[in-house]
Design a protein around this ligand. Structure first.
Ligand code: MRU
Length: 352
């Protein structure tokens, strides 16, 4: 239903990459047009674009832009010269494995490119983008099928059209469940310190006519204690081979709280992510590189200091939820209940 799915944050238009600048939402809707790979890498680091799948898609278009520059400069040596651009893009953010997955796919496209390399690379980037959108629709259906009518759901960060090729992962499940008339209430954590929940998820859901109630991150346990939530539904930046899940800081607390309230109130914890987020090369979550961001994100709010001068801050952008706290992982290739290494490996063998 179009009215519940209207936003596209990453677009390729007339040979340029167009990004909705998420730093200014919800106050201003500004689109940036990027024509050089340095700007693309900076847009990812500065969080003009964010969310694991959207970062991967943006990097893929970044490779097309890089190839255009390198082909202009040195048509005979572009394949060697573009390596520096791939490295620049890879250094933009460390945790979301979708970035490295997309760069690997684009490197393969570079290796196979024929007489019209730019067309070949654009086709590869557009395929990554289109596949993500399709995966989100599939996950939306599969995840919504697990939800009983009349449920309350709680989500964290922003995992919607703003964070993906469109529709969203966890928010895709919430979209599909809402369209199916299954949801009593959608709750969203504000998601300190960057406020992805308050600024982005609330904006996206309201724009798409899905009512949402915001809460401070610290209020989530009380919400569960009141029996208002049946499912906590989140996305992921990286899922390791055993089912450990790196996602926005605060996700782990939600999983602990969900498990504590599972017996009495039936709260369950669902992770929704495409297989491009699954890193089968890492055995478990302890090895996931966790990005630490500028302490100013914690010490300040909207450019205003909210802490005494000289105070220090610890600002990890992600945490790791152990697989044992996850009730179900939903991917486009199938769902994995109570994830283990064997179950995840079996799901990864399913056709995409
Ligand atoms: O720092 P961000 O905003 O890029 O973090 C985003 C998240 O943690 C999302 O939950 C995750 O990338 C999944 S998005 C579909």
């Amino acid at each position: 239903m179009k009215s519940h799915d209207t936003i596209r944050a990453v677009q390729w238009q007339d040979g340029s990459l167009k990004l909705l600048d998420q730093r200014y939402l919800p106050a201003q809707e500004i689109y940036l047009e990027l024509d050089d790979v340095q700007s693309v890498a900076k847009a990812i680091s500065d969080m003009v674009v964010r969310g694991a799948p959207a970062i991967g898609i943006t990097a893929a278009y970044g490779v097309v832009i890089a190839a255009r520059g390198r082909l202009r400069q040195a048509p005979d040596r572009w394949r060697k010269a573009i390596e520096a651009d791939l490295e620049l893009l890879a250094a933009s953010r460390p945790t979301a494995v979708n970035l490295f997955w997309a760069l690997k796919r684009m490197r393969e496209a570079i290796d196979c490119a024929g007489d019209s390399p730019l067309e070949d690379l654009l086709r590869a980037a557009e395929r990554i983008h289109a596949d993500d959108l399709e995966a989100n629709h599939r996950m939306g259906e599969a995840g919504a099928a697990l939800i009983q009518t009349g449920s309350g759901v709680l989500t964290h960060c922003n995992t919607g059209s703003l964070a993906t090729g469109g529709y969203g992962t966890a928010l895709g499940v919430i979209r599909s469940a809402f369209i199916a008339g299954k949801l009593d209430q959608v709750y969203a954590d504000e998601t300190r310190p960057w406020l992805q929940g308050a600024r982005l998820t609330a904006w996206e859901l309201m724009r798409d006519n899905i009512p949402v109630t915001l809460l401070a991150d610290g209020a989530a346990a009380s919400l569960m204690q009141q029996g208002k939530v049946q499912w906590v539904i989140v996305g992921a930046d990286r899922i390791t081979a055993n089912g450990d899940v790196a996602n926005k800081i605060g996700t782990y607390s939600l999983a602990v709280n969900a498990r504590y309230h599972s017996k009495k109130y039936g709260v369950k914890f669902m992770v929704v992510a495409p297989t491009s987020t699954v890193d089968m090369e890492l055995a478990c979550g302890i090895d996931i590189p966790i990005e630490h961001r500028d302490p100013a994100e914690v010490l300040m709010l909207n450019g205003q200091r909210v802490s005494p001068a000289g105070a220090q801050a610890w600002n990890p952008a992600f945490d790791v939820t152990p697989a044992e706290l996850v009730d179900v992982i939903v991917t486009e290739r199938g769902i994995v209940e109570s994830p283990t290494t064997n179950r995840l490996a079996a799901m990864m063998k399913n056709p995409s």
